[in-house]
Design a protein around this ligand. Structure first.
Ligand SMILES: NC(=O)c1ccc[n+]([C@@H]2O[C@H](COP(=O)([O-])OP(=O)(O)OC[C@H]3O[C@@H](n4cnc5c(N)ncnc54)[C@H](OP(=O)(O)O)[C@@H]3O)[C@@H](O)[C@H]2O)c1
Length: 222
C-alpha cells in the first residue's frame, strides 16, 4: 500500500489531501499540532500523529514514532500566512516565525524522513505563486512571499543533494483556494486544487525534480 506523510492535515488543503489519498487506498499518516483537532482527518481514514513542525524536537519525536515506516511521499503542507508584514510595519519576530514554519520546517522534515522514502521517493512542499519573484507585481506580504521563495530554493537544493538517492522534489502551487488561509473569495475549491496537485505528483519523473508546479500541471516561473 503506498504511503504518504502529510503535515498540517487537520483542515484546509492538508485535510483534503488526506481525504483524497485515503479514499484512493493509500496509507495516510497525517500530522496535527493540536490533538483536539484530529477528528476530521481521523474520520477520513488517516492515522493521526502530533507534530508542531516549527518544534524540531517534535519533528524528532515524530521520526521516532514512525521508525521503520516507509514513505512514498513526504508532503510538507503545514504553513502560515503571517501578520504585520507590509513595508514600513515589518515585525521581525513574526517574519522569523513565518520563515521557521514555511521554509525551515519543511527541510527539517525532509532531513528526518529522507531515509524513509521508498517507491515513489517524493519530497513535495506547498509553495505559492506568491513565492514567485517573476509573479510579484503587487508587493506586500514580505514574510509570506520570502518564506515561499526561500522554500522553492530549498526544494531545488534538495533535488540536487538527493538525486543520487533517487529522490524527486517538487514545489507545488495550489492556486488561490477557499480555505481559512485563502478566504471565502478564492476562486478554487480545495477538492479541485488537490485533485490537480495529485495528478502533478502522480506524473513526476526524475527530470522534473526541483520544479515548481501549478495545480493545473503548468510550471510556475521562478
Ligand atoms: N489557500 C490558498 O489559497 C493557498 C495558496 C497558496 C499556497 N497555500 C499553501 O498551502 C498550504 C496549506 O494552506 P491552507 O490554505 O490549507 O491553510 P490553512 O487552512 O490555514 O491550514 C494551515 C494548516 O497548517 C497547519 N499549521 C500551521 N502552522 C503549523 C505548525 N507550526 N505546525 C504544524 N501545523 C501547522 C494548521 O494547523 P492548525 O489548525 O493547528 O493551525 C493547518 O492545518 C500552506 O503551506 C499554504 O501556504 C495555500
Amino acid at each position: 500500500m503506498p504511503t504518504i506523510l502529510i503535515t498540517g492535515a487537520n483542515r484546509g488543503l492538508g485535510l483534503e489531501f488526506a481525504r483524497q489519498y485515503a479514499a484512493d487506498g493509500w496509507r495516510v499518516l497525517a500530522t496535527v499540532r493540536d490533538p483536539a483537532k484530529g477528528r476530521a482527518v481521523s474520520e477520513a481514514g488517516a492515522e493521526v500523529h502530533l507534530c508542531d513542525v516549527a518544534d524540531f524536537a517534535a519533528v524528532a519525536r515524530l521520526k521516532s514514532a514512525l521508525s521503520g515506516v516507509s514513505l512514498d511521499i513526504l508532503l510538507n503542507n503545514a504553513g502560515v500566512y503571517g501578520e504585520r508584514q507590509d513595508f514600513g510595519a515589518l515585525d521581525p519576530d513574526e517574519f522569523l516565525r513565518v520563515i521557521q514554519v514555511n521554509t525551515l520546517a519543511p527541510v527539517k522534515l525532509a532531513e528526518a524522513f529522507a531515509t524513509h522514502l521508498t517507491g515513489r521517493k517524493i519530497i513535495a512542499a506547498m509553495s505559492s505563486k506568491m513565492g514567485s519573484v517573476a509573479d510579484n507585481t503587487s508587493g506586500g506580504s514580505y514574510a509570506y512571499r520570502a518564506s515561499k521563495a526561500a522554500l522553492n530554493m530549498m526544494i531545488r537544493g534538495m533535488a540536487v543533494d538527493l538525486a543520487g538517492r533517487g529522490v524527486i522534489t517538487a514545489a507545488l502551487s495550489p492556486g488561490w483556494v477557499r480555505t481559512d488561509m485563502g478566504g471565502p473569495a478564492a476562486p478554487l475549491d480545495a477538492a479541485t486544487a488537490v485533485g490537480g496537485l495529485r495528478r502533478v505528483l502522480d506524473g513526476l519523473k526524475a527530470e522534473d525534480s526541483g520544479g515548481f508546479f501549478h495545480w493545473d500541471g503548468s510550471q510556475v516561473p521562478w
